[in-house]
Ligand binder design. Sequence first.
Ligand code: NAD
Length: 285
Amino acid sequence: MTAKILDGKKMSAEIRAAIKEKVVLLKEKGIVPGLAVILVGDNPASKVYVGQKEKGCLEAGFASFLHRLPETTSQEELLALIDKLNADKTVHGILVQLPLPRQIDPDTVLAAIRPEKDVDGFHPVNIGRLVAGLPASEPCTPKGILRLLKSTGIPLAGKEAVVIGRSNIVGKPVALMLLAESATVTICHSKTADLAEHARRADILVAAIGKPRFVTADMVKEGAVVIDVGINRLEEGLVGDVDYEPVAEKASWITPVPGGVGPMTIAMLLENTLEQAEKTGASGR
Ligand code: NAD
C-alpha cells in the first residue's frame, strides 16, 4: 500500500480562507478578533513561531498585539501584563510563547490567563474541561490533528489509537480527544516497554516525540493512518518523528513534515480566537 498524503498545508489554507470571510462579516458588526501574543526573551525558534502567528493574524484580518518583553522580565511584570490583557475588550485571545526564562514559572503564568481567552488551550480549567468531555478551548496542535484525521472519512470509534509522547501540549490532549471520539487509546512514552509491539497494533498512530525518524516501517501496521507531529531540525532540513518513505509504503494515510500537522496548528489558533470573538462580541466579556 502507498499512503495518501494528509495535506495540512492545503487544509489550513482552506480553513484560513473561511476564517477571513467570517472576519469580514464580524467587522461589519464592529468586532475585530484580537490576539495578543507575549514573547519573553530572544529564543530564536520562539521568534520564528511568533512571527508566523502574527503573519497568520494579519492575513486573516485580525488585530495582532505583539508584546516583546526582555529576557530579564520578572514574573510579576508578566502577570501584570496578563491582567491588563485579561481586562482588555479588544483582546479575545492571549498566548504566552513558551519556553519562558528560568525566573518565570510557566504554570503560574498560564493559569493567570482568563480561561475564555486561553486560545492555546493550556489553562488548567480548559484541560479539566477536556478531561471531563465538556466544551473547552482545545489545544491547537491536537485540534489540528483531529481535523486531519476526520478529513480521511475513516470512523475513529472503535479504532486502536496509539499515541507516542505524553506531553501536556500534544501527547496527553490528543489522547483525550481520540478517547472522546471513542477510539481505544494507548499512550506510549520514554519508559514504555515493547513500544514497537504497541505501535504495531495501531490503526491510528500519532508520533509526538521529538526524535528524528523514530517510527520505522517495522513498527507500523499495514494500512495504518500515521500522524507525524515531530519537528526536528537537521542539517538536511526539517524531519519528522517518522521514517517517512518506508512508512508511507505501508500506511493508508500519512502527514508529511513539513506541510502536515505544523500548518494546522496556526489555523486552529486563529479558529479558537475567532470563536472567542464571535462568542463575546465587541464586549470582550
Ligand atoms: P516533549 O519533549 O514535551 O515530549 C516528548 C514526549 O516523547 C515525552 O512525553 C516522552 O515521554 C516521549 N519520548 C521521548 N523519548 C522517547 C522514546 N525514546 N520512546 C518513547 N517516547 C519517548 O515534546 P512535545 O512538546 O510533545 O513535542 C514533540 C514533538 O512535536 C517535537 O518534535 C516538537 O517540535 C513537535 N511539535 C510540533 C508541533 C506542530 O505544530 N507541528 C507542535 C508542538 C510540538
